[in-house]
Design a binder for this molecule. Sequence first.
Ligand SMILES: [Zn+2]
Length: 219
Amino acid sequence: MKKNEKAIVVFSGGQDSTTCLFWALQKYDHVEAVTFNYNQRHNDEINVATEIAKELEVKHHILDMSLLSQLAPSALTRDDIEVKEGENGDLPSTFVPGRNLLFLSFATILANQIGAKHIITGVCETDFSGYPDCRDVFIKSLNVSLNLSMDDQFVIHTPLMWLDKKETWELADQLDCFQYIRGKTLTCYHGIRGDGCGECPSCILRKKGLDAYLKEFSN
Ligand SMILES: [Zn+2]
C-alpha cells in the first residue's frame, strides 16, 4: 500500500540512486527526482538521469550547481585530475568536500517548494570511500538542521545506508528492477553504461558486489 505523500529522490542515474528511485516509487504516490549539474566529468550522467526519469514517468528537476567545481576541484569535476583511490586513509580524488551537505540542502529547499515531505538519498556508510557527509550521523544531524531552518518536518530517507554493494543488488532484485539497474544505470567514471569499463574504481566496486550477489543467487 503506497502512501499518498510526495517524495523527492536525489538522482544521478547511477546504480544507487536509481535503486532509491524504484524504492520511492513503491512507497509513495507522488515521486519526483532531482539531479545536480556540477560539470561532472561526464555530462552523460545528466543524459542518463534524464532518460531514466522519462522512462519511469517521474518529473525530473535539474539544478545548476556548477559553482561546486569552482569551490572544490576534484576528479569528478575536472579532467586534469586523475581518478584514483585514497591511499593511507586519505579520501579518494573523487571527493568533493561538502557535496552531500549542499545537495541535500538544495533538495530539501526544492521539497519545500513542491510540497514534498520525504527526501530520499542513496548515501551509504558502508561505501569504502568514507566520505564524511555520507555517514548516518551527519544525515540525521542535517535533517534536524533543515527542519529547524524551515520550521518543517522533512524526513530524509537513506535506504542504502547500511547495505554493501552486494545487498544493494539484492534490494534491486526485491524491488523487481535488477535487470533495469544493471543495464541502464551509469556508475563508470569513463561514462560507459551498464557493466561499464570494468577498470575504474567505481566499476570494480560495482562488479565485486554484482559477482557476490550472482554467486549467492546461483547457489
Ligand atoms: Zn568504469
